[in-house]
Ligand binder design. Structure first.
Ligand code: NZQ
Ligand code: ZN
Length: 390
């Protein structure tokens, strides 16, 4: 286990009555509130009305930034920063999923940074403080509700960049699993894949003697795998939704990073896909993660992949060698993704190989020439991973 410092400052309110905590939170930070949300699902599902009612209870003054799109773009961020400065906003409240939350994160940081907000995403500037950020989560997936990441796409060159910063942790997050009852099956499935990917990126480490975090991750993965078919068959099963909602937050809240170095190549490779083709992040991961596993298996990855296969997918003694067990584990992971109704190849998503060199070059360049902590990939290797995904 390697040395680490751990602090996650996000206050979580979880459960059917979690929204009851919103008025108290608003009173704590200020009643000039900027509400950030997506393309309208919250209006159809009633979450918008419920939130507005709670804000009304404390006479909050509300400004709205609506229409944030999946794979969120930079221009609404700039718009939100302007509103915060002009109206002296005291609390930014994101209602939705990763896209609304990441936009809100960029806003609360950008509002406290003198330069252009994109500099923060390019690593050319930092901010010490941010405005308070609240979250009402409607889709367990990205884990942004408890993470230090924010991912934004600059429209002019479709450059999708993640930024990790302590000031990105939300101040508080309200997680009511009932809000995910209305998710279309496709979004539920994409969320499940992303949650598992956040666990697996951390699982695949070359750091030795990390049994506690290995077993925490394995337990979390098994929990998601067990509850996934339940929510796919019965979207309003509260108990199963609750397991997946909490797993989504814990997957990415940095606890599972402790004492180890994760990989993250699959995420970087996927971000290029969702930037260029505007696909759902989780759908892209269902293709890229198995392809990455196939690539690393014969390149030093067999032992850990075999452990994953045996402990997470219960691959038994019939698969005696690490290579056999690892291969079987990858097949079972793909079969699981397909059972959720997701494709596991780029071809099935209508994506051909024409832009592979460009995506590989961009993904690797962003990481200073080498991608991934488990098996480092240069650009030609990253191209091979994409080809395995075709
Ligand atoms: O836009 P609306 O109308 O709200 O509809 C959304 C959207 O179309 C819909 N939806 C959300 N909750 C719903 C619902 N529909 C019905 N009922 C509900 N309760 O679902 C669609 C997807 O929403 P989005 O916020 O885009 O999903 P997700 O949470 O998967 O976020 C994806 C973004 O997060 C980034 C991804 O790259 C992508 O840009 N990520 C952010 C991370 C972070 N900040 O820590 C980590 C992740 O690895 C990821 O990269
Ligand atoms: Zn992700």
């Amino acid at each position: 286990m390697i040395d680490f410092s751990f602090q996650n400052p996000t206050r979580i309110h979880f459960g059917r009555n979690a929204l009851e905590q919103l008025p108290k939170e608003v009173e704590r930070y200020g009643k000039r509130v900027l509400l950030v949300y997506g393309g309208g699902s919250i209006k159809r599902t009633g979450v918008y009305d419920a939130v507005m009612q709670k804000l009304g209870n404390v006479n909050a003054q509300v400004w709205e930034l609506a229409g944030v799109q999946p794979n969120p773009r930079l221009s609404p961020v700039r718009e939100g920063i302007e509103v915060c400065r002009r109206e002296q906003i005291q609390l930014v409240l994101a209602v939705g999923g990763g896209s609304a939350i990441d936009t809100a994160k960029a806003i609360v940081n950008g509002a406290c940074y003198e330069g252009d907000v994109w500099e923060l995403y390019e690593g050319k500037g930092t901010n010490e403080t941010a405005l308070p950020l609240g979250v009402v989560l409607t889709i367990p997936a990205a884990g942004s509700e408890m993470s230090r990441s924010s991912v934004i796409t600059r429209e002019e060159d479709l450059c999708k960049r993640g930024r990790n910063a302590f000031t990105n942790f939300p101040t508080f997050s309200i997680l009511n699993p009932e809000y995910s009852f209305t998710l279309p099956p496709y979004q539920t499935a994409c969320g499940i894949v992303d949650i598992m990917a956040h666990m697996m990126e951390r699982y695949f480490t070359m750091v030795e003697n990390v049994e506690l975090t290995d077993r925490l991750i394995e337990g979390a993965l098994v929990t998601v795998i067990n509850n996934a078919p339940i929510v796919m068959a019965k979207p309003d099963d509260y108990d199963a939704r609750a397991e997946i909602t909490w797993a989504g937050a814990l997957a990415h809240n940095t606890l599972l990073d402790t004492g180890r170095v994760g990989d993250w190549a699959s995420h970087k490779l996927e971000h290029e896909l969702s930037a260029l083709y505007d696909i759902a992040h989780g759908a892209g991961l269902a293709v890229m993660f198995p392809a990455w596993m196939k690539y690393v298996l014969p390149r030093g990855g067999a032992r850990k992949l075999a452990q994953f296969a045996r402990r997470v997918f219960a691959v038994g003694e019939a698969f005696a060698t690490d290579e056999e067990a690892a291969n079987e584990g990858i097949l079972r992971l793909e079969a699981f993704y397909r059972s959720l109704g997701l494709p596991t190849t780029l071809g099935e998503m209508g994506i051909d190989g024409s832009r592979i060199p460009e995506m590989a070059a961009r993904a690797v360049a962003m990481m200073g020439g080498r991608l991934g902590g488990f098996v480092p990939l240069d650009a030609p290797m990253a191209e091979e991973v994409y080809r395995l995904a075709l």
